[in-house]
Ligand binder design. Structure first.
Ligand code: DLL
Length: 433
C-alpha cells in the first residue's frame, strides 16, 4: 500500500517530538503577536511565548472553545491580514452562529498534503478516478478532498453530493474507482444500485473514503458488502482544517493523525485533565503549521482515545479510535449515557432490518424517553404482523441488554425515513419544544 509521504508519516518518535516542539513554539509566537484574543488569554494565564520551550509545555496553554470562534465572528481569530487569506469556509450554523474558517495559500497546500495522505491510505494512486460526492461549497468536504486528489494526480469527478441517479450514471460511464462521501450517503447509493438492477460487473469501485459523521463497525461491514469496496474512515473538522486531520489505513485499527500538523490530546471533558494513551475522553487539537487560523488546544467535543504503538502499515503517527459521537450528541436516557452509533451497532448486528434509523427523544414526565424508529426491509414489510412485532420485541431486548437502556422500538415502512445526501440527522430531540 502506498504511503504518500513516508518522511513524515513514518518519522521516528524523537524526531517527531522535536519537530512538533519547534512548530509549536512558532505557532504560539504567531498567535500571541497577531491575535488579541490569544494575547489576552495567555497574559491572563501568566504565560509568555518564551515559556513554551517545546511539546512538554503544551498543557500550559489555554484551551480554545467553539464559542470563542462564534464570539469573534467572523474574522476575529484570524492571525494574518485579509490580503493573505485565499479561502473562506464556514459551518452551516445549525447549532448556533456560523463558524468561519480561513486559509492562506500555504494552509491550502498543507490541506492538499494531508488529504493526499488520506486518499493514498486507501490504496489510491494517480491512475485512479475519484468520484467526490462530498458537498462542494462552504462545507470543507468537497474542496478539501478535491485538492488532495489533484495533488496525487488522480482524475477527480467533482460531482458534489446529491442527485443520486446522476451519481450512478457517472459512476458507470466514467469508471469511478474510488468514491468519497458520508457513510450514510454511501448506504443510500448502495440501495439505489440494488434497486436499479444494473450488472454489478459494470461498477469499478474498489475503495471508499467515508467520514464527516460517526458510523459503526457494523455499518462498515454493510457498506463493504453492498458496495463491494474497502471502506475506510476519514476524520476532520473545519476549525482544524477540514477533512484530513486523520484517516484509517487498511489495517483498520484506528485513524492515523497527521500529527506533524495537528497535535492531539485526550482530556476529561468535565475537569479538562489530560488523559493517557488508551483512556477515553474528548479529543483536543493544536494546529502547529496553519497560519490564517491557528488554534491552540481546540475542544472538538468528539469522543475518542489515542494509541501510539506502531501500526503494521509502517506509519508511526499517533492513532485515534474511530469517533463514536460528540459530547453534544450523547443522549442520557434514564441516567445512562448512550451515543446513536451504539444503537446503530445493535440494529445492524441483527441484520434483519434496513440500515436506516432515527432516534426520537422526548420527555415523559421528568424522564427522557427514547423511541428508535428503524425501517423494515421489503421482505419483512410483506410478512405477518406477528413477525414484525416479534422483531420489535427482539430489538428492544437487544438494546436493553447491550446498552442498559429501555427504548421503544418502532419498525416503520420501507423508505419512509429521510435519506441524507450529506451528514445524516439521526436524532430528533423534542424535549425542548
Ligand atoms: O465534517 C470535515 C470532513 C469532511 C470530515 C469530509 C471528513 C470528511 P465539519 O462540518 O466541521 O467538518 O464537522 C466536524 O463532524 O467534529 C465530528 O463531530 C464529525 N466528524 C467528522 N468526521 C468524522 C468521522 C467535517 N470520521 C465534525 N467520524 C467533527 C465521526 C466525524 N465523526
Amino acid at each position: 500500500m502506498t504511503i504518500w509521504n513516508p518522511k513524515y508519516e513514518c518519522m521516528g518518535n524523537d524526531e517527531k517530538h522535536s519537530l512538533q516542539g519547534d512548530r509549536l513554539r512558532e505557532t504560539v509566537a504567531h498567535v500571541y503577536g497577531n491575535v488579541p484574543f490569544y494575547k489576552k488569554k495567555m497574559d491572563d494565564a501568566g504565560i509568555l511565548p518564551g515559556d513554551i520551550k517545546g511539546m512538554d509545555n503544551l498543557r500550559d496553554l489555554p484551551f480554545t472553545y467553539k464559542d470563542d470562534l462564534r464570539d469573534n465572528y467572523p474574522y476575529g481569530l484570524f492571525a494574518v491580514p485579509m490580503d493573505e487569506v485565499v479561502r473562506i469556509h464556514a459551518s452551516s450554523g445549525t447549532t448556533g452562529k456560523r463558524t468561519v474558517v480561513g486559509y492562506t495559500r500555504g494552509d491550502i497546500d498543507i490541506w492538499a498534503e494531508v488529504t493526499a495522505r488520506t486518499i493514498s491510505a486507501c490504496g489510491a494512486t494517480r491512475s485512479d478516478i475519484l468520484q467526490n460526492a462530498y458537498g462542494y461549497g462552504l462545507f470543507t468536504g468537497g474542496l478539501g478532498i478535491h485538492y488532495g486528489a489533484e495533488k496525487i494526480g488522480m482524475a477527480v469527478i467533482p460531482i458534489s453530493g446529491g442527485n443520486t441517479k446522476r451519481q450512478l450514471e457517472l459512476m458507470l460511464d466514467f469508471g469511478s474507482t474510488i468514491i468519497s462521501c458520508t457513510p450514510s450517503y454511501a448506504l443510500y447509493l448502495a440501495e439505489v444500485i440494488e434497486e436499479s438492477g444494473i450488472d454489478r460487473s459494470r461498477i469499478k469501485l474498489k475503495a471508499g473514503i467515508f467520514g464527516a459523521e460517526p458510523w459503526s463497525e457494523n455499518m462498515r461491514r454493510d457498506i463493504e458488502r453492498r458496495l463491494g469496496v474497502l471502506a475506510l474512515d476519514i476524520y476532520g473538522l473545519s476549525e482544524i482544517i477540514g477533512p484530513g486531520v486523520s484517516q484509517e489505513c487498511p489495517e483498520k485499527c484506528g485513524l492515523h493523525i497527521n500529527d506533524d500538523h495537528f497535535v492531539p490530546e485526550i482530556i476529561n471533558p468535565d475537569t479538562e485533565e489530560v488523559l493517557d494513551y488508551g483512556e477515553k475522553g474528548e479529543i483536543v487539537f493544536t494546529t502547529i503549521t496553519k497560519k490564517a487560523l491557528p488554534l491552540l488546544r481546540y475542544r472538538t467535543r468528539d469522543i475518542s482515545k489515542l494509541a501510539n504503538e506502531v501500526c503494521a502499515c509502517g506509519r508511526t503517527s499517533v492513532r485515534m479510535e474511530k469517533v463514536t459521537g460528540r459530547t453534544d450528541d450523547m443522549l442520557i436516557i434514564r441516567g445512562v449515557n448512550v451515543f446513536p452509533t451504539q444503537i446503530e451497532s445493535v440494529l445492524l448486528e441483527l441484520g434483519e432490518t434496513a440500515p436506516h434509523y432515527q432516534l426520537i427523544v422526548s420527555k415523559a414526565g421528568s424522564m427522557d424517553a427514547l423511541e428508535v424508529q428503524v425501517e423494515m426491509t421489503e421482505a419483512l414489510f410483506s410478512d405477518e404482523v406477528k413477525r414484525i412485532e416479534d422483531l420489535e420485541r427482539k430489538l428492544r431486548f437487544n438494546i436493553e441488554s447491550a446498552l442498559a437502556i429501555s427504548a421503544k422500538v418502532t419498525l416503520v415502512e420501507p423508505k419512509t425515513l429521510a435519506r441524507s445526501e450529506g451528514k445524516a440527522q439521526r436524532v430528533i430531540d423534542n424535549r425542548n419544544i
